[in-house]
Design a binder for this molecule. Sequence first.
Ligand code: DC
Length: 676
Amino acid sequence: MYDLPFLDLPPLRRAGGTVRLPGSKSISNRVLLLAALSAGRTVVRDLLDSDDTRVMLQALQALGCTLQRLDSTTVVVSGLGGRLPVRQAALFLGNAGTAMRPLTAVLALLAAREGGAFELRGVARMHERPIGDLVEALRQLGAGVAYLGQEGNPPLRVHGPAALKLAAPIRVRGDVSSQFLTALLLALPLVAQAQPITVEVAGELISKPYVEMTLKLLARFGVAVQRDGWQRFTIPAGARYVTPGEVHVEGDASAASYFIAAAALAASDQPVTIEGVGLASIQGDVAFADAARAMGATVEGEANRLHVRRGAWPLRALELDCNAIPDAAMTLAMLALYADGPSTLRGIGSWRVKETDRIAAMAAELRRLGATVEEGADWLRVHPLPADGWRAAALRTYDDHRMAMCGSLAAFNPARQPVRILDPKCVAKTFPDYFETLWQVVEADPADIPVICIDGPSASGKGTLAAALARRLGYHVLDSGALYRLVGLAAMRAGVPTDAAALQDEAVQARLGELARTLPVRFADGRIWLGQEDVTAALRSEEAGAAASRVSAVPAVRTALLALQRAFRRLPGLVADGRDMGTVVFPDAALKVFLTASARARAERRHEQLRARNEHASIESLLAELEARDARDRARSVAPLVAAEDALALDNTHQSVDESVATVLGWWAQRRPFGA
Ligand code: DC
């Protein structure tokens, strides 16, 4: 969605309302794999639709599994019953640890039993992430695993057949990533027909709640693993995956942390309600709610939702061993900026081998915001920022979704500094709509929401320029001309005359004002609706344009449209085009551009547009019409077409659209506090 070089967040003030979380990444990928390994059909509901689940779905398909997508969050998996119909495949698993580790184990064991060869690759960062301890364990079992790149990291090739040695306990390290143990627990039931299989964990097991989640999901699919503390796990003989038929994926508890944090930071009349995770969750990261509570947030839980409000303010400093909540702990580092003293997060050594080295990344970006940060091999100490210590920062995200989502929490800073998130689309790993979801529950003061105004005469290319700028900045667009065209069209539909003589009549003016005030307009998916009618095309007609130009001179119409236009000023920002955006509607806009081109160039462009729509008019007649309309727009007594005093003039007669966009983006960069 946000395929942008950066996204600017204005200072955020309030939070409240309801969010529905996307499905948990960890549950989604485990359930997909379990469903694929079971016999029979599994309907998976509320599945996460993101990069990490996409690579898992593609891999399962490549392995011969039939998937039927009912909608973006519902997939029907026809399971393979523990056998592989294909014997060779090359899988690309992006940066999804939840796909790479379990699939390596599953394919290594199935290839050993049935024969075959499979390659597993990912993005460059995946090829730096550890997998050696899992490979060691699989080799102990007798499975064939070869490194295709560096020793200890993907890419890998697993191959068979090979005789598996299942009698002796298998040892696996638990102190680098709990996913190695999870991978074995998911794979071993496939080969535990004749005898039970025992896994022993060497070293202190980290991230225990994720292993617990694995065990609960195994149980849902019919395999009851015996656990002896966190050291020994035994898969019973005769284990077999049985589909429960239907599985609902919980909302993502790690993602909940950003909304819990927003609620803890922003004053509000109503709580933030988070739907999809709650007290009944099987995800360890719900424990983030306890940490937030310790810092001062007021959190009330139900089985499947949380209600959060700001409590103590400033937040209370925190000392916490975060071993059990490694992902959500990043969010605590952000909250620590708003605390009453330094906070120390311990037990976060696993951060070093995640999507990026998260200890180094978090320390660097918190410092960019102005904070003092100390770091060690497996800990981080964050000193709070005084109100005058915050800097407007462009935060690096390291292709790490959590760095981007965490960064957004800096926008609650009391210094009212905006925050720039670089490469915001990395949130697509687990939460493609993160920013849109955030906008649903946070508010900024309207004056803080940036507006760029593009005013100018007809056919100067305002709409094209505004749309291109909005796309580059991730902002909303207001095509104010369309609103006047809507009034013109509504008048025609209602039989209200708009000729020059009629417009002298006060009763007609009042009716037009009433039409404008009660315009039943709806903007949806790039279409514009007037009541039940899709008027997108009709609005662009010359007739509607001419009517718009006439009704736009009526003061009652202009007044009526003012509130509607200002309502477009929504997070994260707006590009507005028209005639009086900079002079009347948004006089406080951060950047005002007055766009012109010679009348002939504009007539030629309009001619070209019409030709593309198979409508024909001579350039000369278009020129005459444009000049008449300009004259009318300039001469009218209310909000005439003039450049705002503080507008920058841009004559694009000899410029391409891309050149105009580059010029305006250059001006915009100068007005932003982030530097080059
Ligand atoms: O930009 P456009 O061609 O869609 O605009 C149609 C008419 O609406 C234009 O002739 C003048 C009027 N208009 C206006 O008065 N104020 C605006 N902000 C936008 C358009």
